[in-house]
Design a protein around this ligand. Structure first.
Ligand code: G3P
Ligand code: MG
Length: 244
């Protein structure tokens, strides 16, 4: 199978990350999958945001976890990016799932539980994916090894991925020992040896965040399973044989 083009937080170079316009644009530009980051509100609703704090990508302040879903929905999650996105709202996981349901897209939900280890995040996300019958095309990823173990307890079949930016010799066997079915690694860790090792051990390898044409091509040539990119349109063009 060819390397999957996964839009990192949506088409996040062209639209505010993790919002509906970013996901819609990614789909229109030829992304084959969507990556997003999920956290829990004060009232335990899974919502899509990368940072634990609200400051960078909304007009709010403080921590996301300290606000209810209703409060967070009042915020503007678009104008920080450009005035043309003023009024764009933060998205819940459920809203994303109902949007993606009828589209032929792979989904990667990154559980943002390495700094704040949200109780029950795995269970809440898993249950929702199950309700939407999307488990068969979704990978749950995390930087938190304990979270992979918790996912496997919920369901042995769950597609999980260990995220890392750290080099370690036994990375592939370590990820397998946790029960992960994939590793999602920072671009600088990429080597032919690592890809071969993953293929031999039967686990997938996806690379983040790959935006430059030469790097995108290298991932394609090495037959990585997927790339996370802020520029899915460029990657799509490269896949079709154009230079960019
Ligand atoms: O899931 C790949 C990538 O998103 C991991 O890092 O910080 O962009 O969420 P980050
Ligand atoms: Mg992410």
């Amino acid at each position: 199978m060819s390397t999957q083009i996964i839009a990192h937080r949506g088409a996040s170079k062209l639209a505010p990350e993790n919002t509906l316009p970013a996901f819609q644009l990614a789909y229109e530009l030829g992304a084959e999958g969507i990556e997003t980051d999920v956290q829990l509100t004060k009232d335990q609703i899974p919502v899509l945001m990368h940072d634990e704090g609200l400051k960078r990508t909304t007009n709010g302040y403080g921590y996301l976890k300290d606000y209810t879903y209703k409060e967070l929905k009042q915020l503007d999650a678009g104008s920080w990016f450009s005035s043309s996105f003023t009024g764009t709202k933060l998205l819940s996981l459920e809203e994303l799932l109902s949007w993606i349901k009828d589209k032929p897209l792979y989904l990667n939900i990154e559980l943002k539980n390495n700094k704040i280890d949200y109780t029950n995040l795995e269970k809440i996300v898993y249950t929702m994916l199950n309700d939407y019958q999307l488990l068969n095309r979704t990978t749950l990823s995390t930087f938190n090894p304990k979270s992979i173990k918790r996912m496997k307890k919920l369901d042995k079949q769950i597609e999980s991925a260990l995220l890392t930016s750290r080099r370690r010799k036994d990375l592939v066997t370590y990820a397998k020992s946790l029960g992960a079915s994939a590793i999602h690694v920072k671009y600088r860790l990429l080597s032919r040896k690592l890809v071969d090792n993953c293929q031999r051990e039967g686990i997938a390898i996806r690379i983040y965040t790959v935006n430059k044409a030469l790097r995108i091509k290298r991932c394609f040539n090495l037959n990585c399973d997927g790339i996370f990119t802020d520029v899915p349109g460029d990657a799509h063009h490269i896949k079709l044989g154009g230079s960019k």
